[in-house]
Design a protein around this ligand. Structure first.
Ligand code: MTE
Ligand code: MO
Length: 199
């Protein structure tokens, strides 16, 4: 892999073990749903059951995956529902500026709506042509390839539309609100005015 493809301070490890905080949730298809709520245009909530979500059209995206702990996994092939397609199905109010992506057990990550809508951002169901494994986020995980890995929320259950920014799980614990690996935005103390709400 050529050097200019690697963000500053990153390296390519020999293999890819899963990274997460807490236990791996068990998938219960009958109880599972994916919700979009908060500042929707209709003020109502959107909800997909597992069969409904699994029927949505999927696209492929190949990207490098950058964890803030400095490893980069090159050329990961994901398949899933474009985040922008979900936003089209669940229109936000015009005041929406950010989203909070919620996982099982209360893990969360916030991002600008423009990051959520970016090319290559998927609610992924497959990696390398196979269903994502439980440790990597089965049945659905977010993939935000242009931000550090903690924004790529595994075991996603909800998207909350925000009209003001709010810090997610790691953002509240000292990590950078924006998390652009090319700018090496690792920690909250590096934030500049306008890059996020105070800790
Ligand atoms: N729900 C949840 N999602 C999560 C995490 C987590 O602890 N819980 N860890 C994040 C971090 S720090 C990284 S680097 C990636 C790792 O994804 P992987 O295990 O598939 O490599 O998942 C992210 N998504
Ligand atoms: Mo990470």
């Amino acid at each position: 892999m050529s050097e200019d493809r690697l963000p500053p301070g990153q390296y390519v490890p020999r293999d890819w073990s899963a990274v997460y905080y807490g236990p791996v949730p068990r998938f219960r298809p009958q109880r599972w749903d994916l919700r979009v709520y908060g500042a929707t245009e209709s003020l109502g909530e959107y909800r997909w059951s597992w069969p409904d979500f699994d029927r949505l059209p999927r696209v492929d995206s190949v990207c490098d995956f950058h964890c803030v702990t400095r490893f980069t996994i090159p050329n990961v092939r994901w398949s899933g529902v474009r985040a922008s397609s979900l936003v089209e199905l669940a229109p936000p109010a015009p005041e929406v500026t950010h989203v909070m992506v919620w996982a099982e057990y209360g893990y969360s990550a916030n991002m600008r709506m423009l990051d959520f809508l970016a090319e290559g951002v998927l609610l992924a169901t497959h990696r390398g042509g196979e269903r994502i494994t439980p440790e990597h986020g089965y049945p659905v995980r977010l993939v935000v390839p242009h931000l550090y890995g903690w924004k790529s929320v595994k075991w996603v259950r909800a998207i909350e539309y925000l009209t003001a920014d709010r810090r997610g799980f790691w953002e509240e614990r000292g990590y950078h609100n924006v998390a652009d690996p090319w700018r090496e935005q690792r920690y909250a103390y590096q934030e500049e005015p306008g890059q996020g709400p105070p800790l």
